[in-house]
Design a protein around this ligand. Structure first.
Ligand code: PRT
Ligand code: ZN
Length: 213
């Protein structure tokens, strides 16, 4: 069997369409179906695996997939930033701290002793430490924006892009913790053959990026 590079992308979510478009714009053809978990390109030695975004860094680190496309927020939260090959320029967003719009807020020190809900405890912890703030981090996996209104937390730390979700939940953005975009990641011990395929893929990605500018 010819050597193939295995790419992990998000199955369905905010990264999926732009990830697939990038591969297609590289001239790589494949048939994708929402029911399939795996597909092979018909004109390039690439196999695509469709996964939950949170699983992508781990799969690439373990070599189950050779390369992947994932948000830097997930990558750094999982402590896998060393896998980064390069940033891809889409799915831009930020991880921000937000408080109820009625709360008086002057500086990050106002969060001392507060209870903060987030799905990104590691990124938040590092930021608070750097700022010299001691707060209680409450980790929840979703619907973080409603935590203050149901009395679960006094502040939140969540992904923001337009800011409209915060506004519609009566919150205001007060600090930017982390800036994120999609990144291409790779296993650190690729075989010579796979490394050569990755180089070819990168060559095409760079051409696509130049053409987009
Ligand atoms: O099912 P799976 O686990 O694969 O997906 P997921 O639900 O965990 O992730 P998904 O698809 O929501 O996001 C994938 C990645 O897209 C994230 O990890 C980020 O890198 C990036 N991204 C870009 C965003 C956003 N923009 C974004 N706006 N991720 C989430 N949001 C959410 C945010 O959590 C909040 O609920 O959108 C809301 C805020 O949006 P605004 O525009 O109202 O500010
Ligand atoms: Zn996820």
């Amino acid at each position: 069997m010819p050597c193939m590079l295995r790419l992990a992308i998000q199955k369905s979510g905010r990264l999926s369409e732009d990830s697939l478009n990038l591969i297609r714009e590289c001239g790589i053809s494949f048939v994708s179906s929402s029911l399939k978990l795996k597909t092979e390109s018909t004109n390039f030695p690439l196999e695509i695996l469709y996964l939950r975004d949170d699983d992508i860094p781990g799969y690439v680190a373990d070599g189950v997939a050779d390369i992947g496309i994932v948000g830097e927020n997930v990558l750094v939260e999982e402590g896998k930033q060393s896998l980064t090959v390069e940033k891809l320029g889409f799915s831009k967003c930020r991880l921000s701290l937000a408080v109820p719009k009625t709360m008086e807020y002057n500086s990050i020190q106002d969060l001392n002793g507060k209870n903060i809900a987030t799905s990104y405890p590691n990124l938040l912890k590092a930021y608070l430490q750097e700022q010299g703030v001691e707060a209680d981090i409450h980790t929840i996996s979703g619907s973080v924006e409603i935590a203050p209104s149901i009395g679960l937390a006094e502040a939140i730390c969540d992904i923001v892009s337009s800011g409209s979700t915060l506004i519609s939940n009566g919150l205001k953005e007060v600090e930017r913790v982390f800036k994120s975009e999609a990144a291409l990641i790779a296993n650190e011990e690729l075989s010579e053959e796979k490394r050569e395929i990755l180089e070819k893929l990168l060559f095409r990605i760079h051409a696509v990026q130049r053409a987009r500018k």
